[in-house]
Design a binder for this molecule. Structure first.
Ligand code: ASP
Length: 457
């Protein structure tokens, strides 16, 4: 897993007499401002005037004035997209480097034998369970369908020139055999070129992920000879993170503009839809935390879940406060030894690898966001495509950096690959931080539960 030594996407405020507002607060303020101004503009400009014919003609299908429509689409929307384009720009280099480096380290992990294999096994089980819980809940509650049909169409018209094409494409879905074969790319570069707009010949981003994983596995095998390539990947990863950092500084303005562009044309219905999304996600988190982990602890770890949670409460609070698995790692290491009494050889190894590689909360979240936004945009995903989303979310959970907002590039990537415009992430970005706090709690609890189980034998 890539070693992220920086503070992550959130720039650290310099120490000084003037305290700066943290980035996540600015993004939240951006969301609120955009939403309030947007709804106000929508209400004002859609207000039925003394019906004169010119006025009536000036209204478009959304029931808002042409001038507002122009402002939303020609000013607010493009400004917001600058930020998103910067994020998109680094998605591919980030995915290739992060996943390849993750496997290089997992290669070392295999050398450790049983511990490594058990860690890998439980990581896959825990992340898959988490994603399945999330996907089942989104399919049950359909939070994205809370938005009326007309509004959904307006949103799709605004954002996705490609949405209609993808919907059409998804109807002519490939056979299972071809879908699976296409995961192995004939031409990785071609897959990369088409990965973001769905125009690749094979399986797009999943094929790129496969390529990165294979390169990582091979590099782990060749050892010294591959060191130069590993260094290049590390450099690429660090540079991509830096660019992402710059992009995130534009996030408050970007989110304000994008949300304004949406709410001014669609009204407040979108926010109600968002509340459903938050509810569904939190329910998923709760199930993983209060059902899956306790079951694992009882059956495999042979430990009382109540006592386990009491002993690790400090770690959970730290994760909640920092939204970063990496920042929580030192506390996790101490608690594992002092409070849980796990053997250091096991806990140090599992927790360090798990901080980036075992992110169950993140995997769950990534699955939920993608299906939710697909519902909002009326992209009907076939069962096969949903399986792909599950797979990608599990892999993305491995490649996501353990820092605040680390999963954002991965979410954009998976969105694009199923034909949902990446820009739509703006809908959830304003409330991402609070969900980030929750999913990070899950991530680190999962790591400690994993370490407890691995230490059992
Ligand atoms: N903040 C998460 C973590 O550090 C990663 C993410 O889901 O964004 O574990």
């Amino acid at each position: 897993m890539p070693a992220v030594t920086s503070s992550g996407l959130e720039p650290v405020p310099p120490a000084g007499p003037r305290r700066r507002v943290a980035l996540h607060w600015k993004i939240l303020i951006g969301l609120l401002l955009g939403a309030i101004l947007g709804i106000a503009a929508h209400t004002y400009f859609a207000r039925p005037h003394q019906a004169d014919t010119v006025d009536a003609l000036d209204r478009d299908a959304n029931g808002v004035d042409d001038r507002l429509d122009w402002f939303a689409l020609q000013v607010a929307d493009p400004v917001g997209r600058i930020f998103l384009r910067l994020v998109l720009m680094v998605v591919l280099p980030l995915v290739v480097s992060a996943l390849a480096l993750a496997v290089v380290e997992l290669g070392d992990l295999r050398r450790l034998g049983r511990i490594g294999l058990r860690t890998l096994f439980y990581t896959v089980i825990l992340s898959s369970t988490a994603v399945l819980i999330g996907v089942t809940l989104v399919n049950t509650f359909q939070p994205g369908h809370r938005l009326g049909q007309a509004k959904r169409e307006a949103l799709a018209a605004q954002y996705g020139q490609g949405v209609a094409e993808t919907i059409a494409k998804s109807k002519s879905a490939k056979s299972l055999k071809d879908t699976l074969l296409d995961i192995i790319p004939e031409n990785p570069l071609q897959e990369m070129v088409g990965a973001l707009d769905g125009s690749s010949k094979g399986n797009g981003i999943l094929a790129v992920m496969f390529f990165a994983l294979t390169i990582g596995a091979a590099l782990a095998q060749v050892g010294e000879t591959g060191q130069a390539a590993v260094k290049v990947l590390e450099g690429l990863f660090a540079a991509s993170m830096k660019i992402l950092d710059w992009a995130m500084r534009l996030a408050p303005l970007g989110v304000a503009c994008l949300v304004f562009a949406m709410t001014s044309r669609l009204g407040g219905e979108l926010l109600v839809t968002l509340a459903w999304f938050v509810g569904t996600t939190v329910l998923g988190f709760a199930l993983q935390l209060l059902v899956v982990y306790p079951l694992l602890l009882i059956v495999v770890g042979r430990r009382s879940p109540g006592e386990f949670f009491r002993r690790i409460s400090e770690v959970m609070l730290m994760a909640f406060g920092t939204s970063s698995s990496n920042a929580t790692l030192p506390v996790s290491l101490r608690v594992a030894e002092e409070q849980l009494g796990l053997p250091p050889a096991v806990s140090r190894f599992v927790l360090t690898v798990g901080a980036t590689g075992n992110q169950n909360g993140t995997a769950l979240y990534e699955g939920v966001v993608v299906l939710f936004l697909a519902q909002v945009f009326g992209v009907d995903l076939t069962l096969g495509q949903q399986v792909m989303v599950v797979l990608m979310a599990v892999i993305a959970g491995v490649g996501t950096a353990g820092i605040p907002g680390g999963s954002i590039p991965m979410v954009v990537l998976v969105l694009q690959s199923v034909g949902v415009p990446g820009e739509s992430i703006a809908i959830i970005l304003g409330i991402d931080r609070i969900l980030d706090m929750c999913r990070t709690v899950l991530n680190v609890t999962g790591d400690l539960a994993l370490a407890t189980c691995v230490a059992r034998e």
